[in-house]
Design a protein around this ligand. Structure first.
Ligand code: BGC
Ligand code: BGC
Length: 963
């Protein structure tokens, strides 16, 4: 785990992202991270009760509205989340009262976000709250939220109100005007319209109560319809509130408010909606999942990135695409870049081809915008927008407006010069076609995009009579640190490639679909003469490549710029452009992101010019050290990672892969609050499949030549290629240990084995006893080892008279003191030998679980900094029966996907050894034989213990044994 990771309070398991603490400072980073969606809309992970600084947002794909400077943006839609819980006049909020326990969890497998909180109100009432929400993947217009409330130490009345917030803002700007609102039959609804684009939206909601009886009341403040229920519950009784919401816009329904109400009336129960949703996810993962064994952090991170792509990808709409920040934040205003075609699309082409087709069809529908752009600049054909929205007209802002009074406005040149986008789209279309053989789509849509793009290039490319070559002047390449360049190798080669493919597509159309060819000839002005010119241009377009050195010059004159040594600027937390200024970066050989290397990457698949291993190595050695891979563009690391992997630099490759994979989870660049880095997420899929998996398409079909990171045991994924699914199940070379022993998992008890929290428990009990005036000391504490919380308290209070409620409260208080004090736990609190053994087990591909009775186990693990070494956690919440019952260890084995006989238990308590034996596992006891003598192997502690020792003692033999 990286040094900064623990502060994000995350635990990673195979499928679940778990947050163990609420930190108001991270509210907007986490708002992005906990985004859910269903391809139709995305909802940021804001809390139901609302916080003033939270950027809450629900973005519906394609719902754009005008806005100054950046032209158009995705309008933040009415918020469907608001739900407040009021007890005795006090609203539940995490920033008031006391949070006794907290856990938020994103279940990637089922697409469900949940939160479990134990909270004490300022007036001292304690309750458990459980929240859960999903955006139905089975029915895109349906959203559902559940809240369960259980009072713990009082009987009383609780009020819950559920609202629709018709005043959402895009950072201060409200795009909506209300048309109408209303209610009826316990439901509320809202009908609004965007101010300029006049997209109408209808949202309806109902609130259902179960577990107790209540009264309902509807209030309808302008723009904020609310339904409230008041009910009585007794201590220990759970009330369940289901808020079901429907949403439609005029993009898919003529009368969206009406349709939303009708739909709402027809919906089944929360649990039925949920099962349909889970079923839909199951289907998606069947094709799109990647399984990684031996690296839980990578496993979770990869699934997380794929999840975020899947929730933002249009499933039923081909007039929208995936914005650079998905539907998860305000960054880049919902605009669409080359990020989709080059970074994101491969994941969809090879695992969800229908979605890939939707994404590409968006470019077909925006062709007219691209034509308007070409004609505005005095060219012909289709010149695609660098930043695109609904119509395909250019929406890259012309100016960046500073917020300092005397700073100058900055002209953004990407709209005028970053023209490689047109060929990037052609590239994506070509590979979609190759992978799917979707001739029909190619005939109807793809060909026209490629051909009209070539028409544009024909008008854009210049002939240089002096040099007798074609050139492309005044562009911005992939590397945006250099804004006024000519003959950028990346652009020129991509254009050349585009022309080559245009000629092939034109020929194919003439052969296969002569009618369509004739139609396009008329529409686009295609002639035999034009085709000859494309050929001439493709043959004579200059690529600045020097065969004597193997080096490609990024653009004409790049090598004359002042050189730079990036090491001199380390350590840094800002981009090189911020450090040097725009002009400073322009003047130096420093790159924001791969450019020549990006070109090599794109030509790698087909091994076309200029790709070959030697050229790659030469150019890698030159450009990688000059690229701002940490704070330049987030598009860089995944691509560099793949190339590093090709060049045999596996440690570097893995490091770069993690940099991409953790960009949002761990906010590696400090800007995750703006939204998910979608291109990086797509790059992560490519890094795993193309990089580590070594997946390539050959004449004979797909093949994989894996270069797995050394600790990965297995990598499994599916690829769809020309109507067939290919399963790749790549395993690391069976290690010696695996061949030798049957043991595949080790389950560690936590306390007394990996760490010692006895002191922290002691201090908490002591503080409680002092407050209650009960005598207690260290010696008395000794008798509490391995004893449950309740039993310990009973021993402390002895025969003093306390009511059950008082006892409950005291246990709560002790736990609170304990939880407070374990915040001080650091990796230094690991017991000697623990880290070494964990690392060794991981390297040997042995799975690791925690089997601890503690309800705080997750938090302790996180503070110890070993969360990324652990594959599964069975804790105080996992099972009913405690040790010596075998249940907890059996549960841990199940989580690991292993048979009990494949597991070893490491324990320091007698009851733990008994539990391990009862579970049919091998056992290692730590401590005196009087306590753990029943174990198969008894050791004083983990200090100096190696996996080899353990195996030799357990089996009496060893692989390459020292004995
Ligand atoms: C990006 C450009 C983008 C511009 C305006 C810059 O930060 O690098 O690609 O066009 O912002 O949104
Ligand atoms: C990158 C572009 C990218 C854009 C949107 C910019 O910072 O330089 O390559 O398309 O961000 O992600």
């Amino acid at each position: 785990m990286s040094a900064s990771a623990p502060s994000h309070h995350f635990i990673y398991t195979d499928w679940n992202l778990i947050e163990t603490q609420f930190d108001p400072e991270q509210i907007n980073h986490k708002g992005t991270v906990f985004t859910i969606g269903n391809g139709y809309l995305g909802t940021r992970g804001s809390f139901e009760e609302g916080y003033p600084r939270a950027l809450s947002a629900t973005l519906i794909n394609g719902v754009y509205d005008d806005v100054p400077v950046v032209y158009t943006e995705l309008a933040n839609c009415p918020d469907w989340l608001p739900l407040t819980v009021r007890i005795d006049g006090e609203n539940f909020r995490l920033d008031r009262g006391e949070v006794l326990s907290y856990q938020r969890q994103l279940d990637l497998q089922r697409g469900i976000l949940s939160r479990k909180v134990r909270w004490r109100s300022p007036k001292g009432k304690t309750l458990d709250l459980y929240f859960e929400r999903f955006a139905s993947l089975a029915d895109q217009n349906v959203l559902a939220l559940r809240c369960q409330v259980t009072p713990l130490d009082f009987n009383g009345s609780i009020a819950v109100s559920a609202s629709l917030n018709g005043y959402p803002e895009n950072q201060g700007y409200n795009h909506w005007e209300e048309i109408e609102r209303g209610d009826g039959d316990g439901t509320i609804w809202l009908h609004v319209r965007t101010r300029s684009s006049h997209v109408e939206l209808g949202m309806a909601a109902k609130l259902l109560l179960s577990g107790t009886e209540g009264t309902f009341q509807v209030t309808s403040v302008p723009g904020y319809p609310t339904v409230e229920t008041t009910f009585a519950v007794a201590a220990g009784q759970t009330a369940t509130l289901d808020k079901i919401v429907t949403v439609f816009t005029s993009r898919e329904a003529q009368t969206p408010a009406h349709v939303a109400q009708e739909k709402l009336a027809q919906l089944s129960s929360y649990s039925q909606l949920q099962s349909a949703h889970i079923g839909a996810w199951e289907e998606v993962w069947q094709h799109s999942d990647i399984l990684i064994e031996g690296d839980t952090k990578a496993q979770l991170a990869v699934r997380y990135n794929l999840f975020q792509l899947l929730v933002s990808a249009p499933r039923h709409d081909n007039r929208v695409s995936i914005p650079a920040k998905t539907l998860s934040g305000f960054g880049y205003r919902g605009h669409i870049f080359w990020d989709t075609e080059i970074f994101i699309l491969p994941f969809f082409i090879y695992t969800q081809p229908k979605i890939a087709r939707n994404l590409l069809t968006y470019r077909y529908h925006t062709l007219n915008g691209a034509r308007r752009k070409a004609s505005y600049y005095g060219y012909k054909g289709a010149m695609f927008a660098w930043e695109s929205a609904e119509t395909g007209d250019e929406v890259t802002p012309r100016w960046a407006l500073p917020n300092q009074p005397y700073a100058e406005d900055i002209r953004i040149w990407c709209r005028d010069r970053e023209i490689h986008i047109s060929s990037d789209i052609a590239y994506a279309i070509w590979y979609y076609w190759q992978a799917t053989n979707d001739d029909e789509w190619m005939r109807d849509c793809g060909a026209e995009i490629i051909l009209d793009g070539a028409v544009f290039w024909n008008s854009r490319i210049e002939w240089n009579p002096k040099q007798q070559r074609y050139e492309i002047r005044e562009v911005i390449g992939a590397d945006e640190y250099h804004e006024h360049v000519s003959n950028n190798a990346f652009t020129n080669r991509m254009v050349q490639w585009h022309l080559e493919k245009a000629i092939a597509v034109y020929q194919w159309l003439c052969d296969r679909f002569p009618e369509r060819a004739a139609e396009l000839e008329t529409k686009l002005g295609l002639t035999a003469k034009l085709r000859d010119r494309w050929e001439d241009m493709a043959a004579n377009l200059w690529i600045p490549y020097d065969p004597t050195t193997g080096l490609i010059e990024q653009y004409e004159g790049f090598f004359n710029l002042e050189d730079i040594d990036l090491a001199h600027y380390e350590p840094r937390t800002r981009s090189m452009q911020e450090i040097l200024g725009i002009e400073g970066a322009n003047k130096r050989q420093v790159l924001k992101q791969p450019d020549v290397l990006m070109l090599l990457y794109l030509m790698r698949q087909s091994e076309e010019f200029p790709y070959n291993k030697e050229i790659l190595q030469k150019n890698w050695d030159y450009y990688a050290p000059r690229t701002d891979i940490t704070y330049g563009s987030s598009l860089g690391p995944a691509i560099h990672g793949i190339l590093a992997s090709d060049l045999g630099q596996s440690d570097e490759a893995y490091k770069l892969f993690l940099q991409a994979a953790m960009v949002d989870l761990e906010d590696v660049r400090g800007n995750a609050a703006d939204g998910i880095h979608a291109a990086s997420a797509g790059g992560v899929w490519q890094a795993v499949v193309f990089g580590f998996g070594g997946f390539k398409l050959t004449q004979e079909g797909p093949v994989a030549t894996p270069h797995l990171p050394s600790h990965w045991q297995r990598l499994k994924f599916k690829i769809h290629w020309r109507s067939t699914w290919y399963d790749f199940d790549l395993r690391a070379e069976a290690s010696e240990q695996k061949a030798e022993g049957k043991i595949q998992g080790v389950i560690f008890d936590l306390d007394g084995v990996l760490t010692d929290t006895a002191e922290f428990h002691y201090r908490a009990w002591q503080r409680l006893a002092d407050e209650e005036g009960i005598p207690f000391d260290r010696q008395a504490n000794e008798a509490l080892r391995g004893i449950s919380r309740r039993e310990s308290l009973m021993r402390i209070v002895g025969d003093r008279n306390y009511t059950e409620a008082q006892l409950e409260e005291m246990m709560e208080r002790k736990n609170r003191y304990y939880v407070e004090s374990i915040q001080d736990i650091t990796p230094n609190n690991l017991l000697p030998g623990a880290r070494e053994l964990l690392d060794e087990l991981r390297a040997a591909g042995i799975k690791i679980a925690i089997g601890s009775a503690s309800k705080n186990a997750r938090m302790v693990i996180e503070h110890l900094g070993i969360a990324d070494k652990v594959d599964a956690i069975a804790d105080g919440y996992s099972v009913q029966l405690s040790k010596p019952a075998p249940d907890l260890f059996l549960h841990a084995a199940e989580l690991l996907g292993l048979e009990p006989s494949q597991c070893v238990v490491v324990e320091d308590a007698e009851s733990g050894i008994e539990a391990g034996l009862a579970a049919g596992m091998l056992t290692v006891g730590l401590g005196p034989a009087e306590r753990v003598g029943k174990a198969h192997v008894v050791l004083p502690s983990l200090e100096g213990v190696t996996w080899e020792d353990l195996q030799s003692q357990l089996f009496g033999t060893a692989a390459g044994s020292r004995y």
